[in-house]
Design a protein around this ligand. Structure first.
Ligand SMILES: CSC[C@H]1O[C@@H](n2cnc3c(O)ncnc32)[C@H](O)[C@@H]1O
Ligand SMILES: [Zn+2]
Length: 425
């Protein structure tokens, strides 16, 4: 990878301050912040009027569900899954998932996301989309513990892990993806734990998303979903838990003790009317909480800029307290916490020695003036469309809003055709 100089930009630093600095990138990595070397040999991007931030990290999505955007709205989670989504997903092919994932990646790059965590089917095809486009991802083959496909899913997860963990020059990592406690009974989850021990793989799972899930779990197992995961040995395996909306104070203590990382998805939780996660309590307990969009059929976009704002606003109105989740906390959740959630080392910050996963934001639109506080502007005023240029591992994946690795015209044609076939009765 060539050398690249990001010159004259405003840079959002890990301590939340913004300074005008040049960013020197060599071999995928941020080598230095400061003034450009006078004898610089390499490409230069003039970043005047741009804010450089660490690329957003979307900690929970189902990328190919872009194919079901606007297909099933205004429903509760279980109705949405059972009546609309699962029947349509039964018709998916690997090529559908490839094109749906490509659409998701295009949308994520265009709104400043440089890495995402995915749980879905046909994961070889998701990995192909990730490898081709240059984005970074943590991928999990979704598993439901019903016979006979549950056993098949376990086998596929193992071979997917063996083949793809560390693939695409290290941009792909792999987790195991049991869907949820209500689709994976304890005996099945114990098999997932055993596989996780054998492979050294961590686990990505939906937990405590709705009040109904927790009620059913208490009735069936006498325990909350979090306590049940502890009993089957899952929490000890390194867990990325999506949602955690209906967690008790005891659940939070247990999650903190087991260092569970949480993917908070405010947009999806609001749209499916699932509830409001106790984010402040989880952060206070020392949990690592990142931000996610969930799939594009329950959000209905993959714009982390929107998720930042929702995360901050939802917690404030819930507690009648404007001090809850200030702008800096929301940004940290979408960047450095996200990197920790997915186990991506040396990403999530603009700092010497970190990977060059950087988003450049155009600050020349009216809503970026006056500039009292760039963090405030980013959370409370910015839009996904302000993203101008995106780098992953120092490679330019979008410049002046033109994607460099994706043909958007062909993409639009393919996804429209495939989405129509999938929902035809
Ligand atoms: C087994 S692959 C993933 C599986 O999860 C479904 N899904 C999408 N969004 C949610 C959500 O918010 N809660 C639970 N399950 C969800 C998706 O449709 C796939 O079937
Ligand atoms: Zn989900």
């Amino acid at each position: 990878m060539g050398n690249l100089l990001l010159k004259n930009g405003e840079v959002l630093l890990p301590n939340g301050s913004v300074q005008q600095l040049d960013i020197v990138i060599e071999n995928n990595v941020i080598m230095a912040l400061g003034h450009a070397p006078l004898n610089w040999q390499g490409e230069v991007i003039d970043c005047t009027g741009k804010l450089a931030i660490p690329g957003f990290i979307n900690t929970h999505t189902h990328a190919a569900m872009t194919l079901f955007r606007s297909y099933a709205d205004d429903m509760l989670l279980m109705d949405w899954l059972k009546k609309k989504i699962w029947p349509a997903e039964a018709k998916l092919t690997g090529e559908d998932v490839y094109w749906g994932s490509l659409l998701a990646i295009a949308e994520m790059l265009k709104s400043g996301t440089t890495a995402f965590a995915d749980m879905y089917f046909f994961m070889d095809d998701v990995a192909r989309a990730v490898a081709e486009t240059g984005i970074r991802a943590s991928l999990a083959r979704g598993m439901a513990g019903v016979a006979p496909t549950g056993e098949q899913a376990l086998l596929e997860s193992e071979s997917f892990y063996t083949q793809f963990n560390g693939a695409a020059d290290g941009r792909i990592s792999v987790m195991l993806g049991p869907h949820a406690p209500y689709t994976c009974p304890p005996a099945y989850l114990r098999k997932v734990v055993a596989m996780s021990e054998k492979l050294g793989a961590e686990v990505h799972i939906h937990l405590s998303e709705t009040a109904g899930e927790v009620e059913d779990c208490l009735k069936e197992h006498g325990k909350t979903p979090i306590a049940l995961m502890e009993e089957v040995g899952l929490l000890q395996r390194g867990v990325l838990a999506a949602h955690c909306v209906h967690v008790t104070p005891d659940d939070i203590q247990l999650m903190a003790a087991r260092k569970v990382r949480v993917a908070h998805n405010p947009g999806s939780n609001m749209k499916l009317a699932s509830g409001i996660a106790p984010v402040e309590d989880m952060l206070k307990a020392g949990l690592c909480v990142g931000l996610g969009t969930d799939g594009a059929s329950s959000n209905n976009n993959l714009d982390m800029m929107e998720e930042l704002r929702l995360a901050a606003l939802l917690q404030k109105v819930n507690r009648y307290d404007p001090l809850v989740i200030p702008a800096g906390t929301a940004i940290a959740m979408a960047t450095e916490n996200g990197a920790r959630c997915l186990g991506f080392e040396k990403t999530g910050k603009i700092e010497a020695g970190y990977r060059a996963d950087i988003t450049l934001i155009n600050m020349n639109e009216p809503h970026w003036y006056p500039r009292h506080d760039c963090s405030s502007l980013l959370v409370y005023a910015a839009q996904g469309r302000d993203v101008d240029t995106v780098l992953v591992d120092g490679r330019i994946l979008m410049k002046n809003r033109q994607l460099t690795t994706i043909d958007e015209e062909r993409l639009a044609h393919e996804v429209q055709k495939r989405a129509m076939r999938l929902v035809k009765q």
